[in-house]
Design a protein around this ligand. Sequence first.
Ligand SMILES: NC(=O)c1ccc[n+]([C@@H]2O[C@H](COP(=O)([O-])OP(=O)(O)OC[C@H]3O[C@@H](n4cnc5c(N)ncnc54)[C@H](OP(=O)(O)O)[C@@H]3O)[C@@H](O)[C@H]2O)c1
Length: 272
Amino acid sequence: MTEHRYEVGFIGAGNMGEALIQGLIQSGHAAERIAIADKSPERIRDLQARYPGLATGDPEELTAHSATLLLAVKPQTLPELAPTLSTAVGEGGPLVLSVAAGITTAQLAGWLGDATRLIRAMPNTPALVGAGVTGLYAAPTAGPEDRATATHLLEAVGRAIWVDDEELMHAVTATSGSGPAYVFLMIEAMQEAAQSLGLPADTALELTLGTLAGATRLAAESDESPAELRHRVTSPGGTTERALQVLEDGDLRELMLRAMTAAADRSRELGR
Ligand SMILES: NC(=O)c1ccc[n+]([C@@H]2O[C@H](COP(=O)([O-])OP(=O)(O)OC[C@H]3O[C@@H](n4cnc5c(N)ncnc54)[C@H](OP(=O)(O)O)[C@@H]3O)[C@@H](O)[C@H]2O)c1
């Protein structure tokens, strides 16, 4: 088996690229075995200053010398960029792991060549604090070892969950990819409401964050379903029942379905 100079080569080292680089280094991967290519020389210098040892090179070099090539540029950049990498991928080339929202493995294979071992991943921003969750899909060209490599890399920033139908990546995007923003909106709304009820801003935020973190942990660790847990805090005639009635009357479930359907539809559009 070829010994590659780099374990992972990042094409694009913006927000998501950095979250992954940070997670990999913190979980014991050598910075010297991670290489970055980015359009901005300033960005490269900045990352190399913060993660000493990080290697750099142009995209073609990284493609030729990396065991895994991680595509972390914006989706709209790929149609122009990917074909320039095609000579160095394909048979004997790197595993290509793309985090670009909406870009399908068929599109990637069209640009990079049919023999390319391809995996798509949809991480989310809690990856920045090691608490991400990533949905993954492997094209048929990627084997079990490639899947293990991708799981290992993404687990550096949280959990990795596989789906076996690429179409489901739109649902993954709508759930965990965009999901942190729904939670941030919920935090804002709860904090604002708590302030309207008289609490100081910092107390309102602390109570809101503690409640969301605690409830999430309870839901994850309990044997009971979220619905059962909800019933347990809802005594008949009590305060919670009153509040939940308002949320149900406002059709929170229908609103969430519409929001997530809109996200999945946008993901499909990006892949056209
Ligand atoms: N952020 C998220 O929450 C999230 C979640 C899941 C998936 N993703 C996916 O992750 C990918 C990256 O997102 P991001 O938020 O990290 O974007 P970003 O911060 O804009 O990072 C992309 C980086 O790639 C650089 N770049 C652009 N063209 C390049 C080229 N031809 N060669 C090398 N580098 C190039 C950009 O430089 P310039 O800024 O100078 O153009 C930028 O530094 C996207 O495809 C997105 O769909 C993001």
